[in-house]
Design a protein around this ligand. Structure first.
Ligand code: UDP
Length: 319
């Protein structure tokens, strides 16, 4: 059994909380730090009696009071376009000051470090699919820049701590991940469509729905993260599902899986919405032996019960 201790910043978030579960499963003692801006304690409720788990409610832009750790997973940040638009300054702060703080913890304790980066580093990409070597096409002053540039800066800080302070770092580039524990009203496409489909409302497809995304089920994403944490790769690695869907196709699949009679309603496309997104995962395949296993239809079915419950709870709260 592993006797190591890991810090997960953003541990009360959708992905952070699944990562906490996986690390506990790997034998780590886990401390999750989160200021609950977009994270939720309900995501950690099942760990209430887990003696190897600890929760620290704190903003990771201030010195992180976690004690000695062997691994730092820096996952704190608003992550949905609606959340980071609502909390633009906080998003920039956690990507910059928060990354410094998390790296300082790693440096102080000679811990390994992983930064949760994003496909948003590629912006509205001119190279398709996106390989890790692509530098991206990002509008530095557009509405998405608070997230995109924060994450790009965070990657730069991570590489600097690696180069100047010899911190053992990893950079994970996450592509559209979904599954249970997503907040039903975080504005991302799958929770939005589930909310609408399960309430019999029209599904709001932005633009003509021809823009593409490649959706990774959360168990696949977490498997990739754990494998990356055990590898020695210091440069960015894409972890995402390479099967690409148009958003219109995604809407139809949500309608089918939820058994809804909802129709599609077209609405204006938000500014700078990337037209296409698909990871090239050759590097993850080669270095980590990683391959996503859950296709979109299966993942939607696996998530349905969670979304039904989330819709019931939120509908009740709204009444
Ligand atoms: N989208 C949509 N309807 C919605 C929510 C999102 O058509 O109700 C589109 C959005 O414009 C984007 C894609 O779905 O093209 C994915 O959006 P999401 O917010 O999930 O994340 P992104 O990949 O843009 O960061």
């Amino acid at each position: 059994m592993n006797s190591a201790r890991a810090l997960v910043t953003g541990g009360a978030g959708f992905l952070g909380s699944h990562l906490c579960d996986a690390l506990l499963g790997e034998g780590y003692a886990v401390v999750a730090a989160d200021n609950l801006l977009t994270g939720r304690l309900s995501n950690l409720e099942h760990l209430r009696n887990e003696s190897r788990f600890e929760f620290l409610e704190q903003d990771v832009c201030a010195a992180i009071q976690c004690g000695a750790v062997n691994y730092v997973f820096h996952f704190a940040s608003p992550a949905s376009p609606v959340d980071y638009a609502a909390h633009g300054i906080e998003t920039l702060r956690v990507g910059s000051f928060g990354t410094f703080e998390a790296l300082e913890v790693a440096k102080k304790h000679s811990a390994s470090f992983m930064m949760a980066s994003t496909s948003e580093c590629y912006g509205d990409p001119l190279e398709h699919p996106q390989r890790e070597t692509y530098w991206g096409h990002v509008n530095p002053i557009g509405p998405r820049s608070v997230y995109d540039e924060a994450k790009r800066f965070s990657e730069a800080v991570t590489m600097a701590y690696h180069r100047y302070h010899k911190v053992d770092t990893r950079i994970l580039r996450i592509f559209n991940t979904y599954g249970p524990r997503m907040q039903i009203n975080d504005g991302r496409v799958i929770p939005n469509f589930m909310w609408q489909a399960l309430r019999g409302q029209n599904l709001t497809v932005y633009g003509d729905g021809s823009q593409t995304r490649s959706f990774c089920y959360v168990s696949d994403e977490v498997d990739g993260i754990v494998r990356l944490s055990k590898s020695s790769e210091q440069e960015p690695v894409n972890i995402g599902n390479p099967t690409e869907f148009t958003i219109l196709d995604c809407a139809k699949r949500v309608v089918a899986v939820s058994g809804s009679a909802s129709k599609i309603q077209f609405e204006p496309l938000p500014q700078d919405d990337p037209k296409q997104r698909r990871p090239d995962i050759s590097k993850a395949r080669r270095l980590l032996g990683w391959e996503p296993k859950v296709d979109l239809e299966t993942g939607l079915k696996l998530s349905l019960e969670y979304f039904q419950k989330a819709v019931q709870e939120r509908s009740g709260a709204l009444r």
